[in-house]
Design a protein around this ligand. Structure first.
Ligand code: FAD
Length: 481
């Protein structure tokens, strides 16, 4: 019998749950497996022509096709509405079963349900596998069988479960069953232009190769991760997020490698801290799965009572934030990093998110949507989780009365102003003392550095102390929050 593997956010040909199961089943019953990716018009329609992620996916698919061909198969690449293309292709190929790796986002769940129905109407089946995370849905529950809303106990239970069931991260091998891959006639992938997108630089080296290079180069820095990860100039983090997002690496592979290192006494103090970050990723995916409303509303309903700034003044402040023109150098440099590269360091995501919500009084959802458009690694679960954390509306969030001071954050995490100068060259002549708060520097000193405030660099759009006061009042409506 014939079957189909539909690739979505799992663009690799190793340790792949859906592909493994399809091939193994095919080997058992003498069948064959075709592989497909759909450039889904339902998703592409909302993206700008210069979207970096589409380029990343495109480059990763070229590699995936090559790898599948080496194994005897190949990738069919379609451009259309996945909801109809998949049932159509399954019918055309006579595939009785379509294998996919599960996606936990509300839109993806709805799409998959529709595809499953369409397939079923013709006597075919959609089979879903866990692949994107180590533990999904209700695999990690409280002792009372409840869903965790706080990270640390979740993490402890997650680690315990992995200890008890180390097979949870065993690889799903492909090669031993590769003979069941159906060969695909050599047809070039649709070009970016044909898809309606511009060619341009990649946000990161794409594909499995890009992922493994990033991981290899990160491992020697792992030991220092715990202490260095908060400093944006240190290049102390893995930069694997875009690869985890599109599945050019396998989270099981990362956790396996890490555990092996830890068992051998390698990885130092950084290893468990980095593992924690991967657990956060599982945590947020699990939270979104159980509480899909958090994509639009506060995790804690009491916070829906908070009245955000609105109207023209708020729109202007929001635009200043998006463009990196708030007058707070660390915030502006971070937004410049996002706008020019599609990446933003985690500490800076916290700082800019906090600034939007707690200094500008703007609804976290505006910021979440902006990040969604710009981040290469944009992932609904982690992004909403991160935003609601910063806005204090989420599970296990920052308490609302804790408000980052953008200047002290800058002094602490970009002490010498290196990061600021990299992204705001107009401030490059300011020294380490002045670069965090140019509005405090006397005019003639600024002039000597080639800066006229309000012309070369904006004056602060808000006064932090006043904004802080307004935020405390704004959040006071939340009783017991
Ligand atoms: P590393 O520090 O090397 O961490 C390793 C991996 O762990 C990451 O690649 C990521 O998959 C995961 N991870 C790390 N931190 C977190 C976290 N706090 N929550 C969930 N997973 C985490 N991450 C995304 O992948 N997509 C997003 O859209 C996203 N939006 C965010 C929005 C805000 C407001 C905040 C505060 C954080 C957001 N994060 C998001 C989490 C984090 O900032 C990024 O995962 C991280 O900066 C990616 O860099 P890295 O790969 O070098 O991370």
């Amino acid at each position: 019998s014939k079957s189909l593997v539909w690739f979505r956010r799992d663009l690799r040909a190793f340790d792949h749950a859906a592909l493994h199961h399809a091939l193994r089943d095919a080997v058992q019953d003498g069948g064959s497996v075709a592989c497909v990716f759909v450039f889904d018009t339902a998703i592409l329609a909302g993206l700008p022509r210069d979207d970096r992620r589409v380029r990343f996916i495109h480059a990763s698919l070229i590699e995936l096709d090559t790898e599948l061909r080496k194994l005897g198969g190949g990738l069919i690449v379609l451009h259309g509405a996945a909801r109809s293309e998949i049932p159509r292709l399954a019918a055309q190929l006579g595939a009785g079963t379509v294998y996919v790796n599960e996606d936990y986002e509300p839109d993806a769940i709805a799409r998959d349900a529709e595809v499953a129905d369409a397939l079923q109407a013709e006597g075919r089946t959609l089979l879903r596998f866990k692949d994107q995370v180590v533990f999904e849905k209700s695999e990690v529950l409280t002792l009372a069988g409840g869903i965790y809303g706080v990270f640390t106990p979740y993490k402890n239970a997650w680690l315990k479960r992995l200890e008890a069931q180390p097979d949870s991260i065993a690889p799903w091998p492909i090669e031993p069953y590769a003979a069941a891959l159906a060969p695909v006639p050599l047809t070039p992938l649709p070009t970016l232009a044909a898809l309606g997108f511009d060619d341009g630089p990649l946000p990161a080296a794409a594909g499995m190769r890009g992922a493994s290079d990033a991981f290899e180069s990160f491992l020697p820095r792992l030991a220092d991760y715990g202490t260095a990860r908060d400093f944006p100039t240190l290049d102390a983090t893995s930069r694997l997020s875009v690869h985890l997002r599109f599945g050019t690496t396998s989270v099981r592979h990362l956790v396996r490698t890490l555990r092996q290192m830890m068992a051998n006494g390698a990885g130092g103090a950084g290893a468990p801290v980095w593992l924690s970050e991967l657990v956060w990723r599982d945590f947020y995916a699990m939270v979104l799965f159980h509480h899909p409303h958090i994509a639009q509303a506060s995790f804690k309903p009491a916070f829906d009572a908070v009245a955000w700034e609105a109207g023209d003044a708020a729109s202007a402040l929001f635009a200043a934030w998006c463009e990196g023109c708030t007058g707070y150098p660390l915030v502006d440099a971070a937004m410049a990093q996002l706008n020019t590269t599609g990446f933003m360091h985690n500490r800076l995501r916290m700082v800019t998110a906090s600034f939007l919500v707690k200094d500008l009084g703007i609804d976290w959802r505006w910021g979440e949507r902006y990040f969604a458009r710009r981040l290469n690694d944009y992932d609904l679960a982690s992004n909403v989780g991160g935003w609601q954390w910063a806005a204090s509306t989420g599970c296990d969030a920052q308490p609302w009365f804790r408000i980052f001071n953008p200047t002290t954050q800058s002094q602490k995490f970009d002490k010498n102003g290196e990061f600021i100068r990299r992204y705001l060259p107009q401030l490059s002549k300011l020294d380490a003392r002045d670069v965090h708060a140019p509005w405090l520097v006397p005019e003639d000193e600024l002039k000597a550095c080639g800066i006229v405030l309000g012309e070369d660099y904006p004056r602060p759009v808000v006064d932090h102390a006043e904004a802080r006061q307004r935020t405390l009042e704004r959040f006071a409506v939340v009783k017991g929050g």
